[in-house]
Design a protein around this ligand. Structure first.
Ligand SMILES: C[S@@+](CC[C@H](N)C(=O)[O-])C[C@H]1O[C@@H](n2cnc3c(N)ncnc32)[C@H](O)[C@@H]1O
Length: 266
């Protein structure tokens, strides 16, 4: 029996993500990328979130082989880091059933400087959690130092094989630490986005979407804030859905992405 889906695609739902996911059937979403409001680090207009319920729902709505990128760091409370990031990653793995596929790092080239007896906080975790083995992996590659002679042209199948062999020796997949410069004018050129206190660099969303999705896939961000995931997914020809509990942020996101989205979505 087909379940009727009561959701619009390419829309930000101004509600608790639990409500949005409640309208989704099982195995519906290809890819999730998000940054949750962890450790009450910022007061996002006073909203709180129920981690355990949300974790189970995220697993339910993700397709088999789907991947979720969960971007978190820890606050320091009473002189100690909270460890929330690890607790959440282990909860996803041990209680929910996710595969902790890769603990990746979002490295900030230019973090806020820190005073006191700690080094500058340069990174956040990007936990790549999957429902079974990831169904898509398009690794980002970089050139190797070795430069072999170019392949001979026009030799049909043999030439193609030779070309692929050269590509294998001249390019290798990059490491799981992704480097980004952040801040005004760098994370995004959209001035309005900075009315939100914690935006993703657009390049981070681009790199993760490139890696784990293909054109036409359906992407979900349960805490979409200023709409970075919507904008980048749309420009990359992925379908998307977002949830954002704060009306103020939804307005910012809608205003931000309106310019990029030509097919009259709002
Ligand atoms: C870290 S921010 C996300 C920022 C986003 N990645 C961007 O690029 O703008 C987390 C967002 O989650 C929202 N939020 C908090 N609890 C929520 C809930 N239960 N459902 C949906 N959104 C929620 C907050 O208002 C905040 O905008």
């Amino acid at each position: 029996m087909m379940t009727e889906v009561k959701l619009q695609i390419n829309k930000i739902y101004n509600e608790n993500c639990l409500e949005t996911m409640g309208k989704m059937p099982d195995n519906f979403i290809d890819f999730v990328i998000t940054s949750p409001p962890y450790d009450d680090l910022r007061n996002y207009n006073g909203f709180r979130f129920e981690f355990e319920k949300i974790a189970s729902e995220l697993y339910r709505i993700l397709k088999k082989g789907g991947v979720m990128i969960w971007v978190v760091a820890d606050a320091t409370v009473d002189g100690s880091e909270t460890g929330t990031s690890f607790k959440q990653a282990l909860y996803f793995k041990e209680k929910v059933g996710f595969n902790l596929h890769d603990t990746m790092i979002y490295y900030k080239n230019n973090p806020m400087p820190q005073t006191g007896n700690r080094y500058h906080q340069h990174f956040e975790y990007m936990f790549a959690l999957s429902k079974g083995s990831p169904k898509t992996f398009n690794p980002i590659k970089e050139p190797t130092k070795y430069t072999p002679p170019p392949p001979r042209k026009n030799r049909g199948k043999e030439g193609k094989l030779e070309y692929e062999k050269v590509m294998r020796t001249t390019h290798k997949k990059i490491g799981n630490v992704f480097f980004y410069s952040i801040g005004g004018g760098i994370s995004t050129k959209d001035k309005i986005a900075y009315k939100h206190p914690a935006i993703f660099p657009e390049q981070l969303v681009y790199d993760q979407l490139y890696t784990w999705t293909n054109e036409g896939d359906l992407v979900y961000d349960p805490f979409i804030g200023s709409g970075t995931t919507a904008k980048v997914a749309h420009l990359m020809k992925r379908k998307w859905i977002g949830s954002e509990i704060s009306e103020e942020y939804v307005k910012i996101a809608e205003q931000r992405i309106r310019d990029y989205i030509v097919d009259n979505l709002f």
